[in-house]
Design a protein around this ligand. Structure first.
Ligand SMILES: Cc1ncc(COP(=O)(O)O)c(C=O)c1O
Length: 456
């Protein structure tokens, strides 16, 4: 096993991680000619609906750097949408995958099982919030995990209705499109959607008066559910403890706890979708940990397996075991190679204390982002937790979203070799999700670029 961080003597202070020197290098305009040629091929070969944020074609990645076909090295503030938390090609992930791929690549766990699947479930049961007895099941994608959480909740409660929130994002399958709030680009023209999904207001502190604190926002949502749906019809309340695609919205303190308490008193399952916020990203292993909220079911994916497709549903043993044998599964769910990757990723998170690294990233980034907001009134809000941070861009002095300026800032970052992502219902949030193993000098350099992009 090699260390994640290997100081490269010949490169002075610049470390090399997973074979990639941790420095930004711009050899061509972004995207360079080779990337542009590949983008032309992409346009002819790939369905137009599969969009690309930044058309630089990657040949290698490690730590906090992506290397493209033109030899450019970009600082990564996206982690492939919160996936490469342990870094790309992280040593323990690579080792686990290589060993597994030589042993066997697939049997289907439902046909002839293997230990890796069981070990990942044991790790999920141990790491997710709550000391109660748990069970887990593994799937391929976040959306599939959310679908299965709903199936399990309906089966256990014998109820149909599912509550979700404004600004929610839960995926792109038919059921999860129904659960996702934003129309464009996720839903437009793709209906009709699955039924029995009810949307209620989220706690969004930046966009509502101070008197709507966490408790008041919870009462608002609960009242709507009681009056418009009926608690007795609800199988589950599904919520992202920090919303991802919807704009990195952190609900006011007390909102999640009040909802969870009401769920528990009403026989409604509280389902935390931690697909984006989970696995060390927010400075705790899970975002629910921050408020001591213990969900009945939790969905995980993204950061779980260092880039290989894997997702999970974990929950109270009696709930998970209420489903008949054969009721859950799928051909590839919990594929042995993905499980080996997950075991390597989880070992990295624990042994290298990646929650602490996420908190350190917040320590570095938050004061700089706050200072930027103080200087530029178009930054209306700085929010997030750990290494899941964002700025919301508005017309100065108002709450009016400025998606155009957000896109311009992001484009300027891209041109300077910093990968940034936008999000938000109004497209006016710039989010920052660096790999948790990013060296500090790259975090600081990324912030320099962002500051110039905002000023420009
Ligand atoms: C909170 C949340 N839930 C579900 C999903 C869907 O995951 P996937 O894209 O793996 O299907 C995402 C993806 O961004 C997400 O952020």
């Amino acid at each position: 096993m090699t260390d994640t961080l290997q100081p490269a003597a010949e490169q002075g202070q610049v470390p090399t991680i997973s074979g990639v020197e941790q420095r930004r290098v711009l050899r061509t305009p972004i995207p360079g000619p080779r990337s542009q040629a590949l983008q032309t091929r992409k346009t002819s070969a790939v369905a137009a609906g599969v969009g690309v944020t930044l058309p630089v074609y990657v040949v290698r990645a490690g730590g906090g750097v992506l290397v493209d076909v033109d030899g450019n090295q970009l600082i990564d503030f996206g982690s492939g949408i919160a996936v490469a938390s342990v870094g790309n090609a992280a040593p323990r992930v690579v080792q686990g995958v290589q060993e597994q791929v030589e042993q066997f690549t697939h049997t289907c766990f439902m046909v002839t099982p293997y230990e890796g699947y069981v070990a990942v479930c044991e790790a999920l049961n141990r790491l997710t919030p709550g000391g109660h007895e748990k069970r887990s099941a593994l799937f391929n994608s976040g959306a599939e995990a959310v679908e299965n959480a709903v199936k399990i909740a309906r089966r256990y409660t014998g109820r149909d209705a599912v509550a979700v929130f404004d600004h929610a994002y839960h995926g792109r399958t038919n059921l999860t499109m129904a659960m996702t709030a934003k129309n464009m680009p996720y839903k437009d023209g793709f209906g009709p959607f699955a039924g029995e999904i009810y949307r209620v207001p989220m706690s969004y502190p930046f966009r509502e008066p101070a008197e709507i604190d966490g408790g008041a926002a919870a009462v608002r949502a609960i009242t709507m559910l009681e009056k418009q749906v009926g608690a007795g019809r609800l199988a589950a309340v599904v919520i992202e403890p920090i919303q991802g695609e919807g704009g990195f919205i952190v609900p006011a303190p007390g909102f999640l706890t009040a909802l969870a308490e009401w769920c528990s008193a009403s026989g409604v399952l509280f389902v935390a979708d931690e697909i984006q916020s989970g696995f060390a990203r927010t400075g705790d292993m899970f975002a629910c940990d921050h408020e001591g909220v213990v969900p009945d079911l939790i969905t995980t994916a993204k950061g779980i397996a260092g880039g290989l497709p894997l997702a999970g549903v974990t929950g109270r043993a009696e709930i998970m075991d209420s489903v008949h044998s054969g009721g859950l599964g799928g051909t590839y769910g919990g594929n042995p190679v993905a499980c080996a990757a997950a075991l390597g990723a989880i070992a990295t998170m624990e042994e290298e204390d990646l929650p602490a690294k996420a908190r350190r990233i917040e320590e570095l980034m938050r004061p700089r982002l706050d200072a930027l907001a103080a200087k530029h009134p178009e930054i209306g809000d700085v929010r997030g937790r750990g290494a899941m941070l964002a700025i919301e861009v508005v017309l100065p002095g108002t709450l009016a979203p400025d998606a155009e300026r957000t896109a311009r800032i992001s484009a300027a970052c891209h041109a300077a070799g910093l990968v940034t992502l936008t999000c938000g219902t109004y497209g006016n949030v710039l989010r920052f999700l660096p790999p948790l193993v990013t060296p500090e000098h790259l975090i600081l350099e990324g912030l320099d670029i962002l500051e110039q992009a905002v000023a420009g």
